[in-house]
Design a binder for this molecule. Structure first.
Ligand SMILES: Cc1cc2nc3c(=O)[nH]c(=O)nc-3n(C[C@H](O)[C@H](O)[C@H](O)COP(=O)(O)OP(=O)(O)OC[C@H]3O[C@@H](n4cnc5c(N)ncnc54)[C@H](O)[C@@H]3O)c2cc1C
Length: 469
């Protein structure tokens, strides 16, 4: 393979990019990865500070493919541990199991609400049986299957808070990929008897590196790529992409010019199109300009307190809380925090440049402390706060608004016309990949480059309406 001398340029060193680089480097291809940040890992990156290790919010590794987990375990030298999952949702002043256990969710409500949920559900079910109307929006999808009351209580608030747009304008695709259960009956069967395929959200355990945070996976991949002779350039942001005769001929990054035989792009679909400028047709540029990502401000409170709770994460759907979700790094691995100390991460979703995005650390930290107090945790005294850190991530959630699919297809059609380019990964495909999907895509892309598989086999991962929560 080395004699083939094929040079692969990979734009972005997240899990998709690094897995592809690893697959190529192992087969002897020449690989160069260009990563904007000072470290690889992308959204599955970890940070360290004063003996703490923490991720971009909670990151649990789960896959329907045991082989993939086994491979990652080997990569980490057996240091991938299995954890029992504990997560809850706080609603109407009390905690519920998450994922929702239907009996727990419905029958713990005030009796009148329970009655209304059941009545609405019955009516929705009857309507659904008589006439299936097409599901255009998230709201249509959920109301037609669960009824309006359950929708309002359990789905609407959280979704609108996380996405920042009304559920009636969110595509039904989002529901089909994130809500596995077609009806309350299915929910009941799956939660009580666990029959049939085990959907992701019901996975009671997940994997996580013993040390180094979730980012250790990408870091280990990068070290292995370099050991095999590949190049990983961090702090090297792609700025422009040049095309000639339907091929990428050069990429400008970090003030230098790079060329290669084949290019894999994991850059956000929006930036990728921007870097091509007028070389991209107007239709693709317009489509890309109308796609948006939801951003997150991650607020980390480093505390001189052994722990807050033993949950991996807690969802906070109500608007009275600033945060959408809380997690505690030490619950993922005890090595993530010094003894008797903890770090709490609050995720606050927002749009780049809005009031939350611009909010100062002090105000964010005060609001998160208020959230913790409202949840019933003992007030955090000023002397318990060891440090506060905020990290702003602009491209966290691709927004599946109505019409997004046609826009994504327009850009990807154009990308497919570039003969030596393959876009893969979460932001490049504007697809709600989880980590395992991105790793799988990267490895399949490497196989396609080696002539052992097709591009389509890489692109099909996590497509379609199957559930992968
Ligand atoms: C808050 C949160 C929680 C999550 N929790 C889970 C979970 O529990 N389980 C799970 O499986 N998945 C989870 N995910 C999803 C998971 O993080 C992603 O699916 C995965 O990390 C995506 O990898 P990727 O390589 O496809 O994309 P990315 O990680 O986005 O990689 C793209 C890379 O390109 C780089 N880049 C961007 N622009 C440029 C440029 N101009 N030049 C060079 N490089 C550039 C970026 O810095 C990044 O490294 C979560 C995501 C978020 C946001």
């Amino acid at each position: 393979m080395r004699r083939m001398g094929k040079h692969i340029l990979i734009l972005g060193g997240g899990l998709a990019g690094m897995s592809c680089a690893l697959g190529c480097a192992r087969a002897g291809l020449r690989v160069t990865v260009l990563e904007r940040e000072s470290e690889v890992g992308g959204l599955a990156r970890s940070f360290s500070q004063d003996g703490f290790t923490f991720d971009f919010g909670p990151h649990r590794l789960f896959s329907q493919q045991p082989e993939l987990i086994r491979e990652l375990g080997e990569l980490l030298g057996g240091d991938l541990t299995q954890r029992d999952r504990r997560s809850r949702i706080f609603l109407k002043g009390r905690f519920f199991h998450y994922p929702l256990r239907v009996g727990n969710a419905i029958f713990s409500m005030p009796p009148l609400t329970t009655a209304r949920i059941l009545l609405d559900y019955g009516a929705a079910k009857a309507r659904y049986l008589v006439r299936k109307s097409p599901d255009r929006s998230f709201e249509d999808w959920v109301v037609s299957r669960f009824g309006a009351t359950l929708y309002r209580i359990f789905f609407q608030q959280y979704t609108e808070k996380a996405w920042g747009i009304p559920c009636a304008t969110i595509s039904a695709d989002w529901a089909s990929q994130r809500i596995s259960l077609l009806s309350l009956w299915d929910t009941f069967v799956k939660s009580v008897w666990k029959r049939g395929d085990q959907p992701r959200t019901y996975a009671s355990s997940f994997h996580y590196p013993r040390t180094g945070g979730i980012g250790r996976i990408a870091r280990t991949m990068a070290a292995e790529v370099e050991r095999l002779g590949g190049t990983v350039r961090c702090a090297c942001p792609v700025e422009a992409i040049r095309l000639e005769n339907g091929r990428v001929t050069s990429v400008r990054a970090g003030g230098e010019s790079f060329s290669a035989d084949e290019v894999i792009s994991t850059l956000p679909i929006t930036d990728f199109t921007r870097f091509l400028g007028e070389q991209a047709p107007l239709e693709a540029r317009r489509a890309a300009a109308a796609l948006t990502f939801r951003a997150i401000v991650f607020v980390y409170l480093f505390l001189d307190r052994p722990s807050l709770s033993d949950d991996h994460w807690i969802y906070l759907p109500e608007n009275r809380f600033l945060s959408n979700r809380l997690c505690e790094s030490r619950n993922f691995s005890e090595h993530n925090a010094p003894p008797q100390k903890t770090v709490v991460c609050a995720e606050v979703t927002c749009a780049v440049g809005d009031e939350i995005w611009r909010m100062g650390d002090e105000e964010l930290s005060a609001k998160v402390r208020q959230d913790l107090l409202n949840l019933g945790f003992a007030a955090i005294r000023p002397e318990e706060i060891l440090a506060v850190r905020t990290i702003r991530a602009p491209e966290c959630y691709p927004i599946y608004d109505i019409g997004y699919k046609e826009r994504v297809e327009a850009v990807l059609r154009f990308a497919a016309s570039i003969s030596n380019l393959l876009p893969i990964g979460r932001s490049a495909l504007f697809r709600y990949n989880n980590m395992d999907h991105s790793v799988d895509m990267g490895l399949r892309a490497a196989r396609a480059l080696l002539g052992q598989g097709s591009r389509e086999e890489a692109l099909v991962v996590a497509s379609g309406a199957q559930y992968f929560g």
